[in-house]
Ligand binder design. Sequence first.
Ligand code: FAD
Length: 457
Amino acid sequence: MSRYDAIIIGTGQAGPSLAERLAKAGQRVAIIERGRFGGTCVNNGCTPTKTLIASAYVARLAQRAAEYGLRAGGRLVVDMARVKARKDALVDSSRTSLENWLRSLPDVTVYAGHARFVDAHTVAVGADRLTGERIFIDVGGRPHVPNLPGLEQVSWLTNESMMDVDFLPEHLLIVGGSYVGLEFGQMYRRFGSKVTIVEMAPRLIGREDADVSDAVREILAAEEIEIRLDAKCIALEATQSGVLLRLDCATGEPVAAGTQVLLAVGRVPNTDDLGLRAAGIETDARGYIRVDEALRTSAENVYALGDCNGRGAFTHTAYNDYEIVADNLLNGTNRKVGDRIPIYGLFTDPPLGRVGLSEAEARRAGYRLLIGRMPMTRVARAREKGETQGFMKVLVDADSKHILGAAILGVGGDEAVQSLVDAMYGHLPYTEVQHGVRIHPTVCELLPTVLSELAPA
Ligand SMILES: Cc1cc2nc3c(=O)[nH]c(=O)nc-3n(C[C@H](O)[C@H](O)[C@H](O)COP(=O)(O)OP(=O)(O)OC[C@H]3O[C@@H](n4cnc5c(N)ncnc54)[C@H](O)[C@@H]3O)c2cc1C
């Protein structure tokens, strides 16, 4: 039996930083990883997808070269093996440097293997038994594989197996019109595949406002991505050339034929094989570990951080979980997960940057709303770049004058939306943002104009 002050399960976005911080505070730490160091973000999520999206963006710009007065020599060739090699190089270097760094930390012991609770203070990793004063669970999630009729007949892809694709699918079918499906869909269309996105709901990215999801659909459709909505019953069949999706759609043919199919229908937490019951750790009906505002589980001195607690599904939320737990334990603060303002991006091109409440959420909460909305054609920098698709929308509470939320779908929207978040954390009235001077020409410089044209809605 090896004894530690802290045991951390998982080396995703919360675990490694927590290991270093606890060790620096004088604790003996064990960290356990059963798969590839760095977890989803580094290996199958943010890093590889944004690297591939960068290649796809260059492909798109090269196709549009003539619009910018450039004559490129001959037909553009997308070399998928090299696109993948570029992605692999970045992923490998991030993973290796993380692993080397973790192994080099004084007072941190790295275990490779699957961790399972024996009781609330004891974890088994292979033949090893570790006990810890405190245990931190950061086990993340994996792709959800839905129980669709005919799935066993075809070989399907997920965001994980997509990472091994080094060829151009002739026609990629994507089941799921949310963040992961849309990013892959646009990327592969730009590489040269035909792409069909099939979504069960009546619109794409259903948690966004209808004006946002409609604008995203129009942007994708303009690149000749076929979008099939309202696909209530989806079944799969193997064909000679690949896959046939049977769809019960409101519009269009009752089938979609393709050569490969990607399942992008959400994620499930890696909590089913952790032995949680032996430790008295409760989950909700979907397997997410129940936590309080300080990320404590139902077992004393056991915490759950990152995607597995269901309180966030992003790298920055997992990292913020680490900061909350570490500050509360080591600095005596009383930080709470509920103090976090939701913020995230959809990395299509143009990207969608989102912060705070959506319009639908703000209406449901009963706010008296002021809304500013402007098309990206009003942004000088967007016109100069030849990238004017999208719009920005800012929501303000008419009573407190506080900014409630914003959506910026447009070039630089993922960066520009963040210029509002400090005012939101600081509870500043929107007039403070409106009166601040911005750099010209940038996307942010239009925000004061948007705020000067707020109207009751
Ligand atoms: C395609 C895709 C794109 C994404 N893009 C973005 C993006 O652009 N921006 C963003 O913010 N987020 C993005 N995300 C989400 C982001 O990757 C996750 O929110 C983030 O990785 C969560 O971190 P985590 O620490 O909770 O879990 P993970 O990163 O999943 O890490 C969990 C780790 O725990 C290990 N583990 C699990 N069970 C055990 C066990 N029993 N024993 C030992 N080890 C175990 C796993 O092997 C894994 O390494 C994306 C996700 C996907 C799928």
